[in-house]
Design a protein around this ligand. Structure first.
Ligand code: 5AD
Length: 358
């Protein structure tokens, strides 16, 4: 699949043709990663953020939200809950919060890794090399960092530098790979100013980076962010602008699957937010194989408002889990057992295998 084919699919409006895309993506998903849907328990450990991304409700200048950091005990309770629900992974996510100290998090990772069989995924922003190394050495398995858009001009607009240090997420992703993490990235679909060519380049970039994990969701305007206010100025003419809608997001999920058959691809909360009735299921039958149920204590959930009206704001993990299980079975799939590691080897495991001649 080359860039032109990707562009044609992104622009496709014929339902019958699109059925072919969904079928191809679903067939590829089944052949490459099987029928298991892996569940990753999400723990939103802090909503403090040093950055000022124009799209995100957690941006530092947003004084309207109350900020929180979970205690060690709260985080460990969430991890225990993940084990109890049978999940193989916890994802610790936060704003880019330098108050989440390197050593403290390393100790927590080490404790979770010694006390439980969980894989640990981190999603903590653009931290310096030494942090990424310390957490890897403490036992962290995976790292998520979306590059948001591969168009450098658009990225610069929506993601201002911090302390005049240029932000190079692609370089960090390559570094994470060298450190032996499973590496995840992704983009938002329909950022004002994002063209069809840009989104096709994003998908080509997924393949180039050989990502283990790919997350895509629609950009959802948050009223307390500059991007929501500037959208009409940034938006391209309708024949070039990617819409931030449900169908275009399914196309991006399906194309990500075709570009990276081996990747773990979540059906994202943003998708479940634009179609509360069955967005999550439709993602799963159009290329996705992962769901990330939220384990954050309910009282903190409204404070982690990346975008408004996030799905499942007030649903308890146990209720959500029961409903999710039955929905996964309803679409003929099974709930994944074990950690659900990527089928693509990490650099660490290929190095180990080389050593042992395996
Ligand atoms: N709409 C949709 N997704 C968003 N994200 C941040 N803000 C928004 C928004 N307004 C996504 C970004 C980020 C991830 C954690 O959430 O892609 O990497």
């Amino acid at each position: 699949m080359d860039r032109n084919e990707i562009i044609n699919w992104l622009r496709e409006t014929n339902d019958q043709r699109l059925e072919q895309l969904w079928r191809q993506a679903d067939d590829t998903r089944r052949r490459a990663v099987g029928d298991e849907v892996h569940l990753r328990g999400l723990i939103e450990i802090s909503n403090v953020c040093a950055r000022s991304c124009l799209y995100c409700g957690l941006r530092a200048p947003n004084a309207k939200i109350e900020r929180y950091r979970l205690s060690d005990e709260e985080i460990l309770d969430c991890a225990a809950h993940a084990v109890q629900l049978g999940y193989g992974t916890v994802v610790m996510q936060s704003g880019e919060d330098y108050g989440v100290q390197t050593d403290r998090l390393a100790r927590l990772i080490h404790q979770i890794k010694s006390d439980t069989p969980l894989a640990v995924t981190l999603s903590l922003g653009e931290r310096p090399d030494r942090d990424l190394l310390a957490w890897r050495q403490a036992g962290a398995d995976r790292y998520l960092l979306r590059f948001e858009t591969s168009n450098p001009k658009l990225y610069k607009i929506i993601h201002p530098d911090l302390n005049n240090r240029p932000s190079d997420r692609i370089a960090i992703l390559r570094r994470l790979d060298q450190l032996g993490y499973e590496v995840g990235s992704g983009v938002m679909v329909g950022i004002p100013g994002q063209s069809y060519d840009d989104l096709a380049d994003d998908i080509v970039m997924f393949r180039e980076l050989r990502l283990h994990m790919i997350g895509v969701g629609p950009w959802l305007p948050h009223p307390d962010t500059p991007l929501a206010q500037m959208a009409s100025q940034l938006r391209l003419p309708p024949d070039r602008q990617v819409p931030n809608d449900e169908i275009t997001t399914y196309k991006a999920v399906a194309l990500a699957r075709l570009a990276c058959p081996w990747a773990n691809i979540p059906s994202t909360t943003a998708l479940a937010t634009v179609n509360q009735a069955n967005g999550r299921e439709l993602g799963l039958v159009r290329g996705a194989n992962v769901v990330m149920p939220n384990l954050t204590p309910l009282r903190y959930r409204p404070l982690y408002e990346i975008y408004p009206a996030k799905a499942c704001l007030q649903e308890s993990p146990d209720d959500f889990h029961l409903r999710l299980r039955s929905r996964i079975h309803d679409i003929g799939r099974t709930v994944g057992a074990g950690r659900g590691d990527s089928k693509r080897q990490t650099n660490a495991s290929s190095a180990r295998q080389a050593e042992t001649g395996g």
